[in-house]
Design a protein around this ligand. Sequence first.
Ligand code: F6P
Length: 377
Amino acid sequence: MNKSRIGILTGGGDCAGLNPAIKWVVKTALDERLEAERGVRYEVLGIRDGWKGLVEVDTAGPARWEFNMHGHDAARPVLLTQDAVRTWDRYGGTMLGTSRTNPYDPKKDRSSEVLANIEKLGLEALIVIGGEDTLGVAHKLSHKGVNVVGIPKTIDKDLPGTDYTLGFETALNVITEEVDRLRTTAGSHKRIFVVETMGRDAGWLALEGGESSGAYIILIPEYDFSIQKVNELLLEGKRMGSRYDIIVVAEGAKPVGGTQAVARKGVDSFGHETLGGIGEALATEIQDATGLETRSIVLSHLQRGGAPCAYDRRMGRYFGIAAVDLVVREDFDKMVSFRGGAITAVPLKEATGKLHVVDVKTMYDVERYNGRRAILR
Ligand code: F6P
């Protein structure tokens, strides 16, 4: 029986949970029961470095596709075996590598090369693990006849069409652990600490990270904050006897009438600026206005690093298995999704539209700049 070849890639910012998803795509696709039950045999070809690995490809063929953990030639895909991926659910990042390469970059459109390479590599289906940008490319390619299936990932949890995106829970654990660490030193010195999390357009990381770490103030991109109000809340806390306080602010949050803090000039090939700096700016303003000693830290890429937590390992597993189920069903241009407590699938179009952001009305306390205090009313 001929084998059908599935390609798999990870694109955009890395996060924990990617390797478990890759592992379970491979284990499911290569399960011999699939052959007995459905009469299909698959092999899985790992594409290196996101879309970059399909722009310039060494199409020399299977003889060159042996898996080598140490060699990393972006142009050379690797045949993934069950043995190669056996331990991958323990590891953070992505063994396949990733990039922010956009084949549809308006400055240099390379989508025709990607299409030609998919053909040359003999990929009958392509499983794409990514956020809005990476999955947006997948959706465009499906209009050109590529059989794509998406798996959602981003620590920002801002993809529409799913309640969960890989990497989010591990990032929350990092925020919670780091705030716990800060509390002892903040308390000893009676300082305010401003903790800047990632979250460009959506405040999920700051909101849920702030909730799980018990932050006093949480600032999110969905609601512009007043610096006077922040200072008043801090002074009120002091009057009530608090020795120190923790503020969690998303990198994309901004003051009323202000703009997002940009760390570096220029944009990536998807048109995004690199945000960063709101935490330090806020700390300076607070200290100047209140006289309370205030420091800031940026959690930055620590939130994307480290081993996946138990939840990301399980969700990676379920998403990986479900992605292969869609390939078997030939149900393409879909993204696997977690909705209402169940694994399901949604059209990719739905997953790449408007971002999924915090609903301020039901989830954010605009009086206290914190998580909601009413849940059942
Ligand atoms: O998109 C996910 C994200 O974590 C954003 O929150 C952040 O702005 C961005 O990635 C930073 O990515 P990088 O520094 O890797 O380009």
